[in-house]
Write a protein that binds this ligand. Structure first.
Ligand code: SF4
Length: 463
């Protein structure tokens, strides 16, 4: 009568105190090119990695998505790439550097390479480490001090989180995706709805999702305030993991598979809180404000802050509308878009690119639109399928893999006032550039916005 999370947590406890804090064993530790402070701390303290084979580094946040060859890359970018390589070599860890054939965003590469496996505990130097929970593991983000401790000891003290189950029953409608589901969940429970808990996603709609879509859902758990998101391992999980470069093989695989299948939440397990949504009530979603919880169906209008009873909430909504440049009652489908970004660890996998290409095919982008694959293998797969040609013929830019305009620290940045349809996970003020305005949506919806020049209901475009 245990949940998936309980089973993973219990099997990783090394020590406990009287206040339900636990020293948890970590199977993997993930760092990236913004984690240089971690390496500096380790160096200053003269510490080494306890288990360097289980620590991985990724060049993703800083890497350029154009002009990345050695003779043309900007010196400050090259410096960050070199720094990650030097730090990783010093620590003796596997690094997915800029020129690695498997380079990409840490939350894309980890699952892709089989570094992420069901039942593991993974600490990452990035809040969206929750993504990995789609494979049935407990994966969470941590700060510099904790990650430094994690690398040194392969453990971390953590209070035991509570369990929430979000069940999405029924079948999703045409062009309704994992991104729409998670935006609807966050709109429903709020940006703090998961605080102090892990969220397990369940129900027919989740079971029907591919692993990639489940990653999109788990990725944004953190935007609901949760410590992590996860989905019980099933046949799809096993099929996804089988044959990945770092996945177990032979007898090890047989033992691992039996263990993974035993992790699914027991039918009589209880949760601290249950939330149920029905797939019929979920449409393609769009954010209108500066928090992922500011989401509505694309067919809706911008809500009126005056309808809010809570004074603080009303003031927050007014500030959001002021920043985003919209007014109460505006129809989302009337909102003109200046730029489109399709990428990020939320939506840069091959299925995301296929969905966007299906919309772009035979049409022309009316505004600048960037496609940034999540990893080199995804980029190559898309090129084998001819998706890059569909995009470029439609006037989209086909870029190199990285975080890019999700966080706008690699030079892919919007000017103040520019309004962007984005498949990333955060629409906070300044996230894509100072004064830039972000509307979160699915890849198909973002492609529809690109070819229409405004926020568009992709269902109307594709019918
Ligand atoms: S794509 Fe965005 S959210 Fe994901 S790891 Fe990179 S910066 Fe963080």
């Amino acid at each position: 009568m245990n949940t998936l999370f309980d089973k993973i947590w219990e099997s990783h406890i090394v020590d406990s105190d009287d206040d339900d804090n636990h020293l948890i064993y970590l199977d993997r530790v993930l760092v990236h090119d913004l984690s240089f402070h971690v390496f500096n701390h380790l160096r200053a303290a003269g510490r080494r990695a306890r288990n360097p084979n289980m620590v991985f580094s990724f060049a993703d946040h800083f890497v350029p998505t154009v002009d990345r060859e050695p003779d043309v890359i900007r010196p400050e970018m090259q410096e960050m790439v070199d720094l990650l390589a030097k730090n990783s070599a010093e620590l003796g860890i596997r690094s997915f550097g800029l020129s690695d054939p498997d380079q990409g965003i840490l939350h894309v590469v980890g699952p892709e390479q089989g570094i992420t496996l069901p039942g593991l505990v993974i600490a990452g130097a990035d809040s969206h480490t929750s993504t990995h929970g789609a494979l049935g593991c407990f994966a969470f983000g941590a700060g510099v001090t904790d990650i430094t401790h994690a690398i040194t000891t392969q453990t971390l003290w953590r209070p035991r989180p509570g369990n929430i189950r979000v069940t999405v029953s029924g079948k999703l409608g045409f062009s309704v995706t994992g991104k729409d589901v998670v935006l609807k969940i966050i709109e429903t429970i709020g940006a703090a709805g998961g605080t102090g808990h892990v969220i397990e996603y369940a129900g027919e709609a989740i079971e029907n999702m591919s692993i990639e879509e489940r990653m999109t859902v788990c990725n944004m758990s953190i935007e609901a305030g949760a410590r992590a998101g996860l989905v019980s391992p099933d046949d799809k999980t096993i099929d996804y993991v089988r044959g990945r470069p770092s996945a177990p093989t032979g007898k090890d695989w047989d033992m691992a598979e039996a263990h993974w299948r035993s992790l699914a939440t027991d039918s009589d397990a209880s949760f601290d809180r249950e939330v149920t949504l029905h797939a019929d009530d979920i449409a393609p979603m769009v954010t209108w404000g500066t928090s992922p919880e500011d989401a509505v169906a694309v067919t809706d209008t911008v809500p009126n802050p005056q309808d809010e009873a809570d004074q603080n909430r009303r003031a927050k909504l007014e500030r959001s509308l002021d920043y985003i440049g919209l007014s109460a009652g505006d129809r989302l489908t009337d909102v003109a878009i200046d730029h489109v970004f399709i990428g990020s660890c939320t939506n840069s996998r091959i299925e995301d690119l296929r969905a966007a290409a299906a919309v772009a095919k035979g049409r022309t982008a009316k505004v600048p639109a960037m496609i940034v694959p999540g990893s080199v293998p995804i980029q190559k797969q898309a090129e084998r399928e001819g998706l890059d040609r569909i995009f470029t013929e439609a006037g989209f830019q086909w870029r190199e893999p990285g975080c890019s305009m999700c966080v706008a620290i690699n030079g892919d940045m919007l000017e103040p006032g520019i309004r962007c349809a984005s498949t990333s996970n955060r629409n906070f003020e300044g996230r894509q550039g100072k004064g830039a305005r972000t509307h979160l949506m699915s890849p198909a919806m973002a492609a529809a916005a690109a070819v229409s020049g405004r926020i568009t209901d992709v269902r109307e475009l594709m019918r």
